[in-house]
Design a protein around this ligand. Structure first.
Ligand SMILES: [Fe+2]
Length: 359
């Protein structure tokens, strides 16, 4: 079991974004000190965060069209290094799971050197990264709480993060007001990421009472949000989903994911499908493995009138299924957590192909 560590400090409050000014002021001790803002490009035409940015700060808008890649993290780190000879006093990541993960990876890389791919795995990061503040603008990935930062490595056909205690945020600003403008389908898919994290954690072999407690409460909150009578995006429900996301990420910091995430990684590596929608596509076909949960997942889809894309893998050639299989089966830890050390005997090429064929 990995050593668990929680986010050091956080502020959970509507309009808590306003606390960012003081927080940054505390970090800047000298005139030349500066902060790097990594902001989802979704906000590039938006003035929402301009009051917090000083003239000597660096703002990098993160292209989140595709899932984060190791090359993207290397490039951003290089940009920061070449823009200023001094390291920043803090990074501020503002956005969804991709932006929050990229911020964590860049923070580690700025002090550990080398390339992002050198640290894909468990406990390979050796030195504390740059102080980092996370500000989620969508709820569900748990990236704000988790000890990893998932990146795609095209050369190795591998989707894996820097799983390390150093990856965890130093401070979070959890402001439910910031998730108000999220498109409804995106809000649902991302919320389901938390639901799936908790299902995988509860159905795994690496369990303990604390991880279970995080998972159970996150699932309860998901049910209230997605199966309750109130609008899933009401002020109260956006608060609840933000809490669920944090708890789901904390559950994962104490356990592992299971079968859905490896299959989802296969879709991302092969078709560049986004993480949260890929999870939903896989969960929809997981009746054989997660029979207790799939009906509830489908009920949530129905209640929120969300339809998933179909025929994603239909008619694909054998080479594509081989790539899907390879990029799924490589995830030994989560698959072992779900199915035991002999997971390859259950997830044969034919079985994996059968699941993907239905997606
Ligand atoms: Fe996830």
């Amino acid at each position: 079991m990995p050593l668990a560590k929680n986010v050091s400090t956080y502020l959970f409050e509507t309009k808590s974004i306003k606390s960012l000014k003081d927080l940054i002021r505390q970090r800047k001790k000298n005139e030349q000190d500066y902060v790097v803002f990594l902001i989802d490009h979704y906000f590039s035409d938006n003035d929402l965060f301009k009051d917090y940015i000083d003239v000597n700060d660096l703002v990098l808008y993160i292209d989140t069209t595709d899932e984060p890649t190791t090359d993207q993290v290397d490039e951003l780190t290089k940009t920061i290094r070449t823009t200023n000879i001094e390291l920043p006093v803090s990074l501020v990541g503002i956005g969804g799971g991709s932006t929050l993960d990229i911020t964590k990876a860049v923070s580690n890389l700025l002090t550990n050197h080398g390339n992002a791919e050198d640290y894909q795995g468990w406990d390979l990061v050796k030195v504390q990264g740059i102080y980092k503040i996370g500000i989620p603008t969508i709820s569900g990935t748990g990236a704000e709480a988790s000890r990893t930062c998932v990146m795609m490595n095209e050369r190795k056909n591998l989707k894996l993060g820097m799983n390390s205690e150093f990856t965890i945020y130093d401070h979070l600003i959890l402001d439910p007001e910031l998730t108000k403008s999220v498109p409804r389908d995106q809000y649902f898919y991302t919320g389901m990421d938390t639901y799936i994290h908790c299902v995988e954690s509860l159905e795994g072999n690496h369990r303990h009472a604390l991880a279970d407690a995080f998972s159970r409460e996150a699932l309860n909150l998901c049910r209230e949000v997605f199966l309750g009578d109130e609008d899933m995006m009401s002020d109260v429900n956006r608060q609840k989903l933000m809490a669920a996301s944090y708890l789901g990420g904390s559950a994962l910091a104490n356990s592992f994911v299971g079968i859905v995430h490896p299959f989802s990684a296969g879709l991302s590596m092969t078709f560049h499908t986004h993480h949260c929608i890929a999870n939903c596509l896989v969960m929809n076909q997981m009746g054989e493995f997660y029979s207790k949960w799939v009906p509830e997942f489908k009920e949530m889809l129905k209640k929120q009138k969300i339809s998933l894309p179909s025929n994603v893998c239909k008619g694909k050639d054998e080479a594509t299924f081989q790539k899907l299989y390879d990029s799924t089966i490589i995830h030994e830890k989560p698959l072992g957590n779900a199915l035991g050390s002999k997971f390859r005997e259950i997830l044969t090429f034919e079985k994996v192909k059968e699941v993907f064929s239905k997606i």
